[in-house]
Write a protein that binds this ligand. Structure first.
Ligand code: TYM
Length: 338
């Protein structure tokens, strides 16, 4: 069992990242490393250069995101926590897989279509080939499971297609090189929406900081963001069906459910018939209670730059060793002379 996942070190870790992915990273680490499984978690800094970025900020963001992940419970002694750039096999394998990935497959990626909009010609080549690097990220470790939010499902399907085509084209039938990875998507909280617009996902790249709860927000910021979150004038329904057509209400109740572990039915049992004036303060307090220990740990960890560099160095060393056999086998399968 090999678990692999990544996050871009752009901006802050937010509630969508946490509930959609990072909480599962920690749960899988806790469950599987005790049984001999291995977890590889990384900062996808090579992915971050596919969009305009500030080179002066990227290094600091990479360390800050490392601190945030450790604060959430990723344990660098049990998981291999590292930065993509420090493991060159990711970029090398991407090039090798570029020979297998098809332009038509990449053209169908919804993230590419959303981010490029009407101006495809003006985008970086990196934004277009981004999913091939993502495939390399997981295939290089022979990942069996990849914990991600719903928005990454299509990229994981592409990784499986690339692996399958490579195995078919270059390997004997009884000796496939690549394992086909399985996405692990949480049943609730797979897609946390913006606090300003229930039809857009909560995202690091939304220009409005009011659209997301950052795991680095203090209690005052959390309470005020929840208070100002878009909602509607109606009372909460007493049954889940009543949330249909009310995306903002559905999102806020979904966040409450994911944070508290209570089902939507239970929550509506308590709050059905009550307005957002009653529900929002309860949600804000729940978030403050659950996030403040993470926030405190983060504020301590972020100050020790050297300790964060050391975590990444040690993780990269382990990841380089783990990536070497698959990279060598891929060069060999393609007939490249090393
Ligand atoms: P990124 O950095 O956008 O997000 C990191 C993780 O958080 C999840 N996520 C969400 N889940 C629920 N609701 C949301 N609003 C929300 N926003 C983000 C994402 O699904 C993701 O799991 N391309 C990836 C990084 C990556 C990667 C990989 C992931 C690079 N290589 C290999 C897995 C395996 C990305 O940009 O995630």
């Amino acid at each position: 069992m090999r678990i692999v996942s990544g996050i871009q070190p752009t901006g802050n870790l937010h509630l969508g990242n946490y509930l959609g992915a990072i909480r599962n990273w920690v749960a899988m680490q806790d469950e599987w490393t005790a049984k001999g499984g291995e977890c590889f978690y990384f900062l996808a800094d090579l992915h971050a250069i596919s969009m305009p970025h500030d080179p002066k900020a990227l290094g600091e963001n990479t360390r800050e995101m490392t601190a945030a992940l450790v604060a959430c419970g990723v344990d660098p002694d049990r998981s291999t926590l590292f930065n993509q750039t420090q493991v060159p096999a990711h970029a090398e394998l991407q090039w090798l897989l570029n020979g297998t990935a098809r332009v038509g497959w990449l053209n169908r990626m919804t993230q590419w279509k959303d981010k490029a909009g009407k101006n495809r010609d003006g985008q970086s080549v990196a934004l277009f080939t981004y999913p091939v690097l993502q495939a390399a990220d997981v295939l290089i470790y022979q990942a069996t499971h990849v914990p991600v939010g719903e928005d990454q499902k299509q990229h994981l399907e592409l990784a499986r297609d690339i692996a399958q085509k490579f195995n078919n084209d270059f390997c004997a039938e009884d000796a496939p090189l690549f394992v086909l990875p399985e996405p692990i998507i949480p049943p609730a909280a797979a897609r946390i929406m913006s606090l300003r617009d229930g039809s857009a996902k909560m995202s690091k790249s939304d220009p409005s900081d009011m659209s997301r709860i950052n795991l680095t927000d203090d209690a005052d910021a959390i309470m005020s963001k929840i208070k100002k979150a878009k909602s509607d004038a109606d009372a909460l329904p007493s049954e889940a069906e009543g949330l249909e057509g009310r995306p903002e209400a559905r999102n806020l109740v979904g966040i409450y459910s994911a944070m508290s572990g209570q089902s939507v039915a239970q929550i509506l049992g308590d709050f059905g018939g009550k307005g957002f004036g009653a529900f929002k303060p309860a949600l804000g307090e729940l978030l403050v209670e659950k996030l403040s220990p993470i926030n405190e740990r983060f504020n301590t960890l972020r100050q020790d730059r050297e300790a964060l560099n050391a975590i990444l160095r040690k993780g990269a060393e382990k990841a380089r060793a783990a990536s070497a056999p698959t990279l060598a086998a891929t060069y060999d399968a393609l007939g490249l002379v090393r």
